[in-house]
Design a protein around this ligand. Structure first.
Ligand code: APR
Length: 311
């Protein structure tokens, strides 16, 4: 069986970790694309990583490029092209710059890798995935935003820290936009089958929900000159793997809702089935009134950001 091909558009902080994880998991051959000014650095990263393969024991061809022709035939495209946040910036502050970058990326992916399952990571996430979808014209099942996997990972990590239990046993989900209005769902979170709400009081749960909603900003403040990269990369790779191996994972992704949750024509974080058909299904949870109110709020926030996108 021929190897799969994974094209990474953007070879910065997240892009380089994506390349490492894709190679380590032998998901396929990897092409790292970046702008012509960074052709040398991405070629260097690809070669350096390839030279780590004897020690790590993986087989994968790795290539750096600034020529879109090299992404031809990619099975998966993961887009991190664009500016990251600096301290004091919100994700929405990136909108004007990143929308132009994503437009250009979408046109080229459409031309050179029209069959690729496309995972968008660039922020502000919900607006960028929507832009990519509109400009590429790809079917909705072929385009997903990476946000919910990361937001849920943060929620789970904070709960595991609080409870002193294995991360493996924490199951839950975070819905909505990738920003301060996202909606962790404590009622539906379990710890090895035990409802979270039987383990923590309301105050502790709210404290951890808040930390989850602001987790990206916490990292931006600590790093001082960029935003999170290990956890976003790991989350996007989880999605890519689900697609490439037809795993039928159920993961929260920014997907195009057309009626689900009463949302029409908007990309936002909802639980999805991810397999060889891309986004194969969106699951609808019966929400309680307070949860629905929070979802309505996050929908409004995403709509507001999107209204500022001029295509
Ligand atoms: N085409 C391809 N790559 C581009 C383009 C473009 N038009 N414009 C910029 N890039 C590249 C940059 O040259 C840089 O190498 O995108 C890369 C982004 O890398 P970093 O600046 O290190 O940012 P990173 O931390 O990887 O985050 C990327 O993901 O999570 C989001 O908010 C984050 O929007 C940011 C994105």
């Amino acid at each position: 069986m021929a190897r799969k091909k994974i094209a990474l558009i953007g070879g910065g902080q997240i892009g380089q970790i994506l390349a490492l994880l894709a190679a380590q998991r032998e998901l396929g051959d990897v092409v790292i694309f970046d702008i012509p000014q960074l052709e040398g650095p991405v070629k260097g990263k690809a070669l350096d990583l390839w030279e780590s393969s004897p020690a790590q024991g993986f087989d994968a061809d790795l290539q750096g490029t600034s020529d879109y022709k090299d992404i031809a035939g990619a099975d998966v495209v993961i887009v991190t092209a664009g500016l990251p946040r600096k301290p004091g910036m919100s994700r929405d502050d990136l909108l004007a710059t990143n929308v132009n970058i994503i437009k250009n990326v979408a046109e080229n992916v459409k031309e050179y890798a029209p069959k690729a399952f496309s995972i968008i990571v660039t922020n502000p996430l919900d607006a960028m995935v929507s832009t990519f979808h509109k400009v590429s014209g790809f079917p909705k099942n072929q385009v997903a935003g990476m946000a919910g996997v990361l937001d849920t990972a943060r929620w789970r990590a904070f709960l595991a820290m609080e409870l002193g239990v294995s991360i493996e046993d924490i199951a839950g989900t975070v819905l909505g936009g990738h920003g301060p209005t996202m909606v962790p769902l404590p009622r539906l979170t379990t710890v090895g089958g035990v409802p979270l709400m039987e383990l923590l009081d309301a105050e502790s749960i709210e404290r951890i929900s808040k930390r989850t909603r602001e987790a990206g900003t916490e990292i931006v403040k600590l790093l001082g000159n960029g935003s999170a990269f290990f956890s976003p990369a790991a989350s996007a790779i989880e999605m890519a793997e689900a697609y490439l191996k037809d795993k039928k994972r159920v993961l929260p992704c920014a997907a195009l809702c057309e009626g689900e949750y009463g949302i029409d024509g908007l990309f936002i974080g909802v639980p999805c089935k991810l397999g060889a058909g891309g986004i194969e299904k969106i699951y609808q949870i019966k929400l309680e009134a307070d949860e629905q109110a929070l979802l309505d709020k996050t929908v409004e926030a995403v709509k507001k950001t999107l209204s500022e996108v001029k295509l």
